[in-house]
Ligand binder design. Structure first.
Ligand code: SAM
Length: 379
């Protein structure tokens, strides 16, 4: 089997979370840069990484990495790579691009040069002059950063946050990948109570339930590289059947989701059915200030409105005050929230134990973390 190099792309701030997931999957030579985690492995990595990674956006196969300061250099070095190892005669390939702080800054020119170089390479290999492009899709990316060119082929297709269960959502739903990362970054474990009191379409409770039941996030969706001839269908089957057999069917976590909007609760229930976790989440329509914290050592993780994307500022600020009123006085519950509102801690009435800078789409947010007491025996 070939030794291949991959990049798991991610949102800025989540590199360490994705790195931990990659370590758990036992891939090799792991290193991180901004928004990317590099690792190596053979072809079986493609189904494994795509089906199992919870917080990464996509998995790219690295075809080559080199310095280029001129179009000639870009053309020759691209042409010398082994494109036919992956792209068959009938492959439907196209090139996207980006360039940051580099001499080759014209992205359309770089894209067209890379495409020409690949065509020249494949023409020679397949001894044809014209490519029908009727076969599987190969989305190639030329990414140039400080004159270092990275050429990749996307193995994922539609982004990994599209698990397939969320076919209805509120105005500003959380990406499933970010929801999963927020849970990963918290102290929640599957035997502690989980609560999201502004759950919208249910993303956080559903992701928590999938983690608790060990349901692989990509178990029931398709990936672009499933159409690629050089990854035998059996690899995908093997990874999926192992993922199915690893589901913790006998465990029912205690997960709660509520929201002021009854339509959101309808969507959340529907999405939970799609995800196969409706049996372990109790959803109800309820305004935040009416929630009661049942049991001890629960963990609340929420994504309230922050007025930037939805909500009226005064209502949002009152909601943040209510958060403080309910959670500040409870010693055992932990409370986590994201917001872009700079005055959150003042409104909540307490400085967070930890604050982490993240991005929700293009919006800069902070992840505020208030730690309750640890359970006597932290299982
Ligand atoms: C940003 S959305 C949550 C999106 C959710 N994470 C998802 O992925 O769909 C914020 C949610 O807070 C709810 N909300 C706003 N004010 C509330 C309140 N006072 N009590 C409970 N829910 C509230 C809204 O109805 C909305 O569904």
């Amino acid at each position: 089997m070939l030794q291949l190099k991959f990049i798991a792309t991610t949102t800025f701030g989540l590199e360490a979370t994705v790195k931990r997931e990659i370590q758990k999957l036992e891939f090799e030579n792991i290193s991180t840069t901004d928004g990317a985690v590099y690792f190596t492995g053979n072809e079986t990595v493609i189904p494994k990484a795509n089906i199992h990674l919870r917080s990464a956006d996509r998995v790219l196969l690295v075809m080559g990495q080199f310095k280029a300061f001129s179009f000639d250099e870009l053309f020759e070095k691209t042409k010398s790579l082994n494109w036919s190892d992956w792209i068959p005669k009938e492959g439907n390939f196209y090139v996207t691009g980006k360039s940051i702080k580099s001499q080759l800054y014209s992205v359309p020119d770089c894209q067209s040069i890379v495409e020409k170089a690949i065509v020249e390479n494949l023409k020679k290999k397949y001894k044809i002059d014209w490519f029908e492009k009727t076969g599987a899709l190969y989305k190639i990316q030329v990414a140039i950063l400080k004159d270092v060119v990275t050429l990749t082929i996307d193995t994922t297709g539609s982004s990994l946050h599209k698990r397939g269960y969320r076919d209805s959502a509120v105005i500003a739903p959380l990406k499933e990948t970010l929801a999963s990362a927020l849970i990963e970054l918290s102290f929640w474990k599957k035997d502690r109570i989980f609560l999201d009191p502004t759950c919208g379409s249910g993303t956080l409770p559903i992701e928590a339930a999938m983690i608790a039941k060990n349901i692989a996030p990509g178990i029931s969706r398709k990936f672009v590289s499933e159409e690629w001839k050089n990854i035998p269908a059996q690899y995908w089957k093997d990874v999926r059947s192992k993922a199915y057999s690893d589901i913790n069917v006998d465990f029912t976590p205690e997960i709660f989701g509520s929201d002021i909007n009854p339509k959101a609760i309808e969507m959340a229930k529907h999405n939970a059915v799609n995800a196969g976790v409706d049996d372990c989440i109790r959803f109800e329509t309820k305004p935040f200030n009416e929630i009661t914290l049942k049991g001890d050592y629960g963990v609340c993780i929420c994504n309230p409105p922050y007025a930037e994307r939805m909500g009226i500022l005064e209502d949002v600020e009152n909601l943040y005050r209510d958060m403080g009123k309910i959670f500040r006085k409870n010693k055992t519950w932990s409370f986590y929230t994201i917001t872009s509102h700079e005055e959150f801690e003042k409104l909540y009435g307490k400085k967070a134990d930890k604050k982490r800078k993240l991005f929700n789409g293009n919006v800069k947010i902070d992840y505020y973390q208030y730690y309750g007491l640890k359970p006597p025996v932290d299982k």
